[in-house]
Each structure stands twice: as C-alpha cells, then as structure tokens.
Ligand binder design. Sequence first.
Ligand SMILES: C[S@@+](CC[C@H](N)C(=O)[O-])C[C@H]1O[C@@H](n2cnc3c(N)ncnc32)[C@H](O)[C@@H]1O
Length: 182
Amino acid sequence: MEIKQIGKKNSYQCKHGKSIINHEIGSVTMLAKIVKELNPQLIIELGTGYGGMTLLLYDMCPNAEIHTFDNNPLYTSKLTPVNYHNQNIIGHNNLITRLCNDTRHKLLYCDNGNKIFEVNNYGYYLDIGDVIGIHDWGTEIEQKDIENLLRLFDPLEVNKWFEKNNFSSRFFRRHTGKLHKR
Ligand SMILES: C[S@@+](CC[C@H](N)C(=O)[O-])C[C@H]1O[C@@H](n2cnc3c(N)ncnc32)[C@H](O)[C@@H]1O
C-alpha cells in the first residue's frame, strides 16, 4: 500500500496509487489497519469521491463484497472490482437499506455530504457486531447529533488514537439490535 501526500502537510488529500483519498494522510494507515482487523464480509461506503478510499477498502478486504455510492460520478468504476452506484443517498434509498439489513458482518463507512442524515438514517438497520465508521467527526457531525443511535453502539478503542492525533474518523460497534441468526 503506497500512500502519498498531495499538496501541503496536513492537507486533506492523499493518493493511493492513482486515486485520491479525501482523508488526512496520517490517518490512512490506521484506517487501513482497522478495516483489515474488522474483516467485514460486506462494506457499504457512502461517498465515493475519487475512489481512493474505496480502493483502500478493497485492498484491505479483497474478499468482502463492497458497495460504494455517490451521485457525482468522479469515480471511474473501472478502478476496482467493487459495486459502484451512481445514486442519491439522501431520502429513502432501497438498496442501501437492503444492504444494511443484510445478515453478513458489515462495515458502513459514512463519508457523504450529509453525515448526520446518513448515520441517523442507515445506522439503525445495522445488526449486533456491525461497525459504523464516520468521517469528519467534530466538523460535520458530533456526539449530540446521533445521541440516540449511539446508545446502541460502543466506541472502538481506536477512537482514542484518532482523537489524540487530531484526526476526524470515528468507529462504533453495535451492541444491541436485531437478534436474528447470522
Ligand atoms: C468527501 S467526498 C467522499 C470522499 C471519499 N470517501 C474518500 O475518502 O476519498 C463526499 C462525496 O459525497 C458525495 N455526495 C454528496 N451528497 C450526496 C448525495 N446526496 N448522494 C450521493 N452522494 C453525495 C459527493 O459527490 C462527494 O463525492
């Protein structure tokens, strides 16, 4: 995995191969490590952007089924063998709801234009053990925006590292929810 800085130190963009990731370079190695450890069978990414994070998710979990959504096709779907959906995530999106209801072990990564909406709207469909990742914590979304939802989730230990290093990703694992069998 080769990650390169784009622009100034502390810039919000870096490069993974040829694709841009809209995350601070310092956070990307840790993000990759977490995703690998979580080893989800199904990954739902809201907000593809240029597809750099999608590619990273694929590299970390090549056996997972990956679905990424964006209504602005900056991303060329030829980059990786993931499922790219040129769709609006705001409002009721049947496909996202169906994927979040899937019984496989899931990671929902929220990095779209309206974090408060997407986390509150889709997080409730997740099941026990599933993990939600949220970007832009502290600028576009904070604890009070998703307080009710977070009663069903525990923060992952790694949040302390993100906080200490001033990076804006957070991860939470669902501890209560639907009790159907996997
Ligand atoms: C910050 S970028 C995603 C960055 C990407 N996850 C990464 O790490 O490189 C946010 C994306 O959300 C998309 N977006 C904004 N509003 C949307 C909506 N209503 N439906 C679908 N996509 C939307 C934008 O087109 C943009 O590409």
